[in-house]
Design a protein around this ligand. Structure first.
Ligand code: ADP
Ligand code: ZN
Ligand code: ZN
Length: 747
């Protein structure tokens, strides 16, 4: 063992603990330091206030500022080897970059069982086989032990062996197994849970790879040019162009070199197909990390990735923190997707961390999308990322152009105008399926009185309440408050209460009335609450009978619906005219993704987009020239307006039960920050405080302060100053505040 200072016992160790405080805590190492010595990244249990907490050792110190007699000792050392170095490195980077407390960052990025101090060991189980002798022996020779004979007979039928739970389920006991093992008739091996002992004989692949189309091979060849070095690629391929096939063949090459692939996808629950395709292709274990796992399953997956037993790891946002023994590539599918940004607590962006992590490991990074984020497109422009394009679909038909349908001056039925209803009719008559996209669940966005104009408003938020039919009630989509539907108007007592606008339930109802002969499937968060409901509906739709689908953006993401030939967008305007600076980018991405559901197989598709502003220049540009051209235009606008990706932002949010408290605090910190910036001569500006776009939410008042700079380092200096001021200020403890580095929205 090398004699490093780590093996000497320091007088003080600094520990990161799961508290919001941005500091480490000093302890004496105590008596039971692991015999091999201590190292950063080991977990310890320590007294904290009246409780015990699990923390991570960060460093050793010669002295502490805390008087020796007050310094407490570690209660227990939980590990004899440190948690993985790549995990600790990324955690420290994340805490620094997003200005979040290190202890909380590390805590958030660990599987729950490790946070609780459970051992860093994979769960194992025994798999029992008949030995060669056991296969040959005459079972009659065991006739004095009939259960043993039955057990051996059973194992003889299973050449791959049976695991202990399968045997106990049939009432066989450990004593019977031991008796047979003594006679050398059976034996067992220990296997770790997540990597079932699947045979990898016959190679890596369980099914042959598809022969690539020309652009796919070019993309793969370009990726092969840099398998051993950091290089970000943007795989920009139209919907259905076979990006996934490129991922699969890249992963094949990486795994063949004995390395691991980490694949981030937006939401596993919404795209079970992606995971299924990976599992079908590869014979090696594919570990999936997502919110549907039990704590044990999550730890198993984490350990399989950490040990290298799992060559392929697929997960949502938080999987970026999964340790890898032999990292080979990171892939971020649908890289533009908003779900990669965590919007509360530790506000990180998994795509951005993927870049950082790939650079650190010196491995390629592949970002894939039909509608890349402006951030990634700007990196292509600056030469930092290499762009690979797939312009053709694997099927014959190119993605359909958007056809704009003006809403003004036309009467509507359930939100649909007659040219759209007619197109739906034709689609069904041709034996195809149609998808109606409406980004609003519930029956109607609100309930209004036709006599006096009253509208149902949430008592706790600056927002209307949504009218839901199934079950009937008013629900605030911002705070989840629910209310009974009123029979009469609370202001004028009129009974003439009507829906205002259209939600999925109302469109579903209209379509069912218009087309009684075909099934109408509604897909939104309400209709899919039951487990597997979503998959079941999709399965039925894939059978291909004519039907109508009505749904929110749950339907837009990545689904392959081969029989859908018409997509109708009920209203394109909500997103286009939202105040947020990314609203246009996001709604264009969503429109193209939804449109991409049409005509993915044998028949060409059509996409009708209803709008009140068919002459809107951005919408026209998107419809006539496509996403690329619109994105170029939006990038120019962002540059002109000094907005991301050409400027770096940090958003401080303040909230309190009384409006003045948040405002006063934000005002005082803003004033002092401005002075400090001037003294330090930093090129950072500080806008606000201003009320948040929805000022009152859940009876709390929200105020915000926006910092911006062309220099990332200066923005960070200013952010750090702000946080420190707020932590040290008395009112900073009374008002809830947070800082969002690289905010995705300014709301
Ligand atoms: P994307 O991820 O770009 O939306 P997919 O990878 O889902 O596209 O591919 C769309 C369809 O095309 C899938 O059904 C896929 O099996 C098929 N496909 C992809 N590549 C090929 C290929 N080289 N040859 C034949 N079919 C392909
Ligand atoms: Zn009224
Ligand atoms: Zn509310």
């Amino acid at each position: 063992m090398p004699a490093s200072s780590h093996h000497l016992s320091p007088s003080v160790i600094a520990v990161a603990l799961p508290t919001p405080l941005r500091r480490l805590f000093d302890y004496r190492p105590g008596q039971d330091i692991p015999t091999q010595g201590w190292q950063p990244g080991m977990r310890v249990r320590v007294p904290f206030g009246t409780r015990q907490m699990v923390g991570i050792v960060i460093e050793g110190r010669d002295t502490s500022e805390i008087p020796a007699q007050q310094l407490k000792s570690v209660s227990a050392w939980l590990d004899d080897r440190p948690l993985p170095e790549d995990w600790l490195w990324l955690g420290r980077f994340t805490a620094r970059y997003y200005q979040h407390a290190l202890g909380d960052t590390l805590h958030q990025t660990l599987p729950v069982l490790l946070r609780q101090g459970k051992p860093l060991e994979a769960r194992t189980r025994e798999r029992w086989h008949a030995t060669a002798q056991g296969l040959e022996i005459d079972l009659a020779s065991l006739d004095r032990a009939p259960r043993q004979a039955a057990l051996l007979a059973l194992l003889r039928q299973h050449p791959r062996g049976l695991v202990m739970p399968a045997l106990t389920a049939q009432d066989f006991t450990r004593a019977q197994l031991s008796a047979l093992a003594k006679k050398n008739l059976v034996r067992h091996e220990i296997e770790t849970l997540e990597t079932r002992s699947e045979s990898t004989r016959g190679g890596l692949l369980a099914e042959p790879a598809l022969p690539l189309q020309r652009q796919q091979s070019q993309a793969l060849a370009a990726l092969h040019e840099s398998l051993d070095a950091f290089q970000p690629y943007l795989l920009q391929g139209v919907t259905g162009s076979g990006k996934t096939e490129v991922y699969l063949q890249l992963i094949e090459a990486i795994v063949a070199k004995g390395r691991q692939a980490l694949v981030l996808i937006p939401e596993i629950g919404l795209t079970p197909q992606t995971l299924a395709r990976f599992r079908k292709r590869f014979r090696v274990p594919v570990v999936a990390l997502h919110s549907g796992l039990s704590d044990h399953e999550r730890l198993d997956g984490w350990l399989a990735a950490m040990s290298g037993r799992a060559p392929i790891v697929i997960g949502t946002r938080s999987a970026i923190f999964t340790p890898l023994a032999k990292p080979g590539v990171i892939i971020v599918d649908e890289e533009h997707d908003g779900s990669f940004k965590q919007q509360d607590g530790l506000r990180y962006h998994a795509r951005d961390l993927a870049v950082v992590r790939a650079r650190r490991h010196g491995i390629p990074l592949l970002l894939g999308s039909a509608t890349p984020s402006l951030e990634s497109l700007a990196k292509v422009e600056s030469g930092d990322y290499r762009r690979l394009r797939l312009d053709q679909r694997a099927s014959r038909h190119p993605p359909a152009k958007l056809e704009l349908v003006e809403l003004r001056g036309r009467s509507q039925q359930g939100g649909l105008v007659s040219p759209v209803i007619e197109a739906l009719r034709q689609t069904l008559a041709a034996g195809h399926q149609a998808l109606v996209f409406i980004n609003r669940r519930g029956f109607a966005p609100t309930l209004a009185c036709h006599q006096c104009g009253w509208m149902a408003e949430c008592p706790s938020c600056d927002a209307r309440m949504t009218w839901h039919r199934q079950p009937p009630r008013l629900i605030c989509h911002h705070c989840d408050r629910q209310q009974r539907l009123p029979d009469i108007c609370p202001t004028c007592a009129s009974a003439d209460l009507r829906p205002l606008g259209t939600g999925t339930e109302r469109t579903e109802e209209t379509l069912a009335a218009l087309f009684p002969a075909v099934p109408v499937h509604r897909i939104d968060r309400d209709s899919t609450r039951r487990k597997h409901a979503f998959e079941q509906t999709l399965e039925e739709v894939r059978r291909g009978e004519p039907c109508l689908l009505v749904g929110t953006q749950m339907l837009a993401k990545g689904h392959h619906l081969p029989h859908v030939t018409l997509v109708a967008v009920v209203n394109a305007d909500a997103g286009l005219y939202a105040s947020d600076f990314r609203a246009l980018e996001h709604s264009a991405q969503l429109l193209i993704q939804v449109a991409g559901r049409a005509g993915r197989a044998a028949h060409p598709g059509r996409v009708l987009v209803q709008t009140l502003h068919s002459d809107d220049p951005h919408l026209k540009l998107l419809a006539e020239q496509g996403y690329d051209i619109l994105a170029e235009q939006l990038l120019q606008e962002r540059r002109a307006a000094a907005l991301p990706p050409f400027r770096f932002l940090a958003l401080a949010r303040f909230e309190s039960a009384k409006a003045e408290a948040a405002t006063t605090l934000a005002e005082s910190v803003a004033q002092e920050l401005r002075q400090w910036l001037e003294q330090r001569d930093l090129a950072v500006d500080c806008l606000g405080p201003v009320p948040a776009p929805m000022e009152r939410r859940q009876n709390r008042y929200h105020v915000q302060l926006l910092l911006g700079s062309a220099r990332r380092s200066q923005l960070h200096e200013a952010s750090a100053w702000l946080i420190q001021w707020l932590e040290n200020h008395r009112d900073g403890r009374r008002v809830r505040w947070s800082l969002d580095i690289d905010p995705q929205t300014l709301s």
